[in-house]
Design a protein around this ligand. Sequence first.
Ligand SMILES: Nc1ncnc2c1ncn2[C@@H]1O[C@H](COP(=O)(O)OP(=O)(O)OP(=O)(O)O)[C@@H](O)[C@H]1O
Ligand SMILES: [Mg+2]
Length: 499
Amino acid sequence: MIREHPRFQKTAIIFVSAIQVNDLDLLRGYQLGAVDYVPVPVIPELLRAKVKVFAELYRKTRQLERLNAELENRVAERTAQLARANAELEQRVEQRTREREEALAQVHEMRKLESLGQLTGGVAHDFNNLLMAVLGNLELAKKYLRDQPRVLRLIDGAIQGGERGATLTKRMLAFARRQELKPEAVDIAKLVDSMIEMLRRSVGPAVQIATDFETGLTPIRVDPNQLELALLNLTVNARDAMPAGGEVTITACREQVGAGDVAGLAPGEYVRIGVRDTGLGMDEETLRRATEPFFTTKGPGHGTGLGLSMVDGLVAQSGGVLRIESRPTIGTTVEFWLPVSAARDGCEPEPSGAPLRVGEPRSFRVLVVDDDAMVAAGTAAMIEDLGHSVIKEQSASRALEHLSTRPNIDLVITDYAMPGMTGSELAAEIHRVLPGLPVVIATGYSGAPEETGLPRLNKPYRQQDLAALFATLTPLPAALSISRAASAGESESIGVLGN
Ligand SMILES: Nc1ncnc2c1ncn2[C@@H]1O[C@H](COP(=O)(O)OP(=O)(O)OP(=O)(O)O)[C@@H](O)[C@H]1O
Ligand SMILES: [Mg+2]
């Protein structure tokens, strides 16, 4: 009965017996829960000693149980700690893996954009050459068809198409960061002020345009025409994002950027320009891909997807950085930093290349060097139509060969990017042997280094650009004219670009 009670299951029971117990009785007693026997008459010392032993045993057992429980607790705590550490480690490994994957994806994205840039730049460059030939020849064809108004209209349509193609190539070159830039000190407030009417016309009456410029902003160094184009692209994007109308705000403020303040921006003084709208905004995927070339959500025929990539390319090529913030249904802010100009006194254009002097109109002998026979032929046709004579060569070495035997040339127009020797290397070689002979570099992108100081023709150039170039040629000083003419065995004087 005692044993059945849960509290006394482990209690030591000493049987006190008055009768003589045999082994069988002892065994039965033990089975019933006895731990010991004391015969009657009870010897108190004996009973006390036995109780003491059992009490001691009980105490030790409790102590052992406590120690055991404590140990179990500690093991459990340690196991929990280990489990926590393990989970933390797993989380860290997961985070590192995610970071690594993100970094790899970023590198992949950058490589993709880089190769896309190279590809786009290459295609745009070749396309530019094709357009040169198309536009040049169409313009000449117009001259021979003055009495056929219907054909002239068709040609005008073709020229318009070609010009749109030229605009597209420029945007592609801008994305590839290979467009020809003419950076100047630009007062952003003045520039926006001068184009605000045009911007208002482009967005229509439903969209308000506001400006918010810090007063006394330092001029920035950027190509003003390209910056105008960039602001137009951004404003048109804002308009497209506000089909029911809204507000576009153009902002500009000065910012001193420290190391690591703005990702990708070198420390220095900048002006931060922003175009903010209250439009539909972009979802995450669109925001991530917005500056990718040819990425558009506007559907076929409505967007080329080159607007933002043009702006991004221009900003990067000008030493700045572009950032887009956008929240669906709230709106978008496109911001970019542009470095301030070192020339602080006024915003006059900084001189670029050698100025050309105006001379008397006369007939020149022009050596045209271009590895693209179609471009060379187009240029030659335009020059001949202006009343000058042309010799065409397809490489720098052939041009030098020609000049070594027949130096009676008044002007060399050379392509920049040619296999073997570039246009500027050719110019250096020409100036070594024929120091007075003017050389003009024709190029469609910024591959040609600025510091050559050589005059340039921007592809695709038109007949009027060539005419303007010839108008700047002036007769050679007598001495140079005589020595060159003598070596050429001719008597006509030769033009030179003044500087
Ligand atoms: N302000 C804006 N608000 C919402 N979405 C925008 C905004 N600006 C750009 N986007 C998104 O980014 C995409 C790419 O813009 P981008 O200017 O490069 O090309 P596009 O406007 O589609 O074409 P294009 O500029 O040739 O007309 C747009 O199609 C649009 O989805
Ligand atoms: Mg656009």
